[in-house]
Design a protein around this ligand. Structure first.
Ligand SMILES: C[S@@+](CC[C@H](N)C(=O)[O-])C[C@H]1O[C@@H](n2cnc3c(N)ncnc32)[C@H](O)[C@@H]1O
Length: 228
């Protein structure tokens, strides 16, 4: 372990960049702590203002919100045999879905295109660090060397049409032969379009509905993709 990666150092680095706190939420069926951003709305407004002021390269901090789609994917993982398998999470944000897989015994690589949330993810996965690797991975740009993953997870990462080609490339680059992809979303209209788009690209598609107890009238969809 390098000093820079200790929980204390990670906490300091995160605090220098944004406000964050520990939140206790159900993950893999038990109450566990997740490090989350304290003011996601403020961070988004700040990014919009900087973009409006003409600053280039400002990335929307969508990672900072905790999305229900991650809880839905977490619930669905309870029905999947994930113990002992290698899992890749794309666009992990604060890492709920990947952490849920690790709690269920997977070896997980949690990734996001931006590095700020990865500080929090390293803290949240600290106790399971022998099962969790955390690193930056930008769709269509970065590539993790080595064998493909039997399971790839993504919670609420289909929300932007321009991301789809890079996302699909990323799935092709990292999925093992016979592997499966699980992508969750709260039945977004844009994700309906993604569902049609991806099936035109040699992917087999199945859909699962997950009802969450906090609001059963707004279920989460889990798309299950396998390469044809
Ligand atoms: C709506 S958030 C979902 C975060 C998390 N999966 C969740 O459900 O809480 C979308 C995530 O995708 C990430 N993302 C967006 N574009 C990306 C790209 N090109 N490569 C990798 N990650 C990206 C964002 O940084 C963000 O964390």
């Amino acid at each position: 372990m390098s000093f820079d990666e200790s929980p204390e150092s990670l906490a300091t680095q995160a605090s220098e960049r944004f406000q964050w706190h520990w939140e206790e939420i159900p993950i893999a069926g038990e109450m566990r702590k997740l490090a989350v951003a304290s003011d996601p709305e403020g961070m988004l407004i700040d990014a919009c203002e900087r973009q409006d002021a003409g600053e280039e390269g400002v990335i929307d901090p969508f990672w900072a919100t905790t999305w229900r789609a991650a809880s839905g994917l977490d619930h669905y993982l309870g029905e999947v045999a994930v113990n002992g398998i290698r899992v890749l999470e794309l666009g992990c944000g604060t890492g709920h879905a990947g952490l849920a897989a690790a709690c269920r015994g997977s070896q997980v690589v949690l990734t996001d295109g931006v590095t700020d949330p990865l500080l929090l993810v390293k803290m949240s996965t600290w106790e399971l660090r022998d099962r969790c690797q955390v690193q930056q991975l930008r769709f269509g740009i970065d590539r993790i060397q080595g064998p493909g993953f039997p399971l790839i997870l993504g919670s609420d990462i289909t929300y932007l049409r321009t991301l789809w080609p890079e996302l699909e490339q990323c799935l092709r680059d990292h999925l093992a032969h016979d592997g499966q992809v699980l992508l969750s979303d709260p039945y977004r209209i844009i994700a309906n379009e993604f569902r049609d788009w991806i099936q035109e690209r040699e992917w087999s598609y199945r859909e699962h509905k997950v009802e969450l107890t906090d609001d059963p009238s707004h279920p989460i969809r889990v798309m299950q993709l396998t390469a044809r």
